[in-house]
Design a protein around this ligand. Structure first.
Ligand SMILES: O=C(O)CCC(=O)C(=O)O
Ligand SMILES: [Mn+2]
Length: 213
């Protein structure tokens, strides 16, 4: 316990220009730390290209008012064998880890101090793709999930809003090679989204590493 607190306070400074020293974005009703430039520009270019081509992207659909509607992004689910994840009524069975995903996972685990067993990938093809307000609070993620979120490609806005105190909002731009760590009670008290934009933006890939129980 003591060691955990020490490690946390070492990382959680206000610098945002170091790959391994994070900026605390949120410390009320949860913990969110942002690591800008966590991956170098060259590494990030390579990861983006590999993930773009290697990933078995799927177009999932959800029912809205009884109508089958495509999600405004492509998705993929990878992880340890047998990990199944259900969100918005979509059941995802994990595909086996690839070397690319494992090398990203190993890097962020050094900071997150947990072992992730699965990852949800999102491909935002353009500004008309996004993800609506939600919390990562599915029962299989457990009580206070640790979520490690890595972004490659175009910078997109990421917003938090407090569930009870609606005026509390935090916006952050997530650039190429950044890492955002959410933990503690974050998913109980806050929702997040990637808003759609009319701006002309190139593709972005996001990976949210998770622990499925
Ligand atoms: O694209 C992002 O940064 C967030 C994705 C997300 O919230 C999710 O997949 O649950
Ligand atoms: Mn989410």
């Amino acid at each position: 316990m003591f060691e955990q607190i020490t490690l946390w306070s070492q990382q959680a400074t206000t610098r945002e220009d170091s790959p391994t020293i994070g900026k605390v974005l949120l410390s009320l009703d949860g913990e969110v730390v942002f690591y800008k430039g966590f991956f170098s520009n060259d590494e990030s270019d390579k990861f983006f290209d590999k993930l773009h081509h290697e990933t078995e992207w799927q177009q999932e659909t959800i029912q809205i008012f009884g109508k089958c509607t495509p999600l405004p992004r492509l998705t993929a689910w990878y992880g340890d064998p047998g990990k199944t994840y259900i969100y918005s009524g979509i059941e995802q069975h994990s595909k086996p880890w690839t070397p690319t995903l494992l090398s990203i996972k190993t890097r962020i685990e050094k900071i997150a101090k947990v072992e992730f067993n699965s990852v949800l990938l999102n491909l935002y093809r353009h500004g008309r793709d996004g993800v609506a307000w939600h919390s990562d609070d599915e029962p299989e993620l457990g009580q206070n999930p640790v979520i490690g979120s890595v972004s490659f490609g175009a910078t997109r806005r990421f917003s938090f809003r407090h569930k009870q105190m609606k005026e509390r909002k935090i916006d952050i731009d997530l650039p190429h090679g950044s890492f955002l760590l959410m933990r503690g009670e974050t998913q109980h008290h806050w929702q997040h989204q990637i808003p759609k934009t009319t701006k002309d933006v190139s593709p972005r890939i996001n990976l949210t590493f998770r622990i499925i129980h």
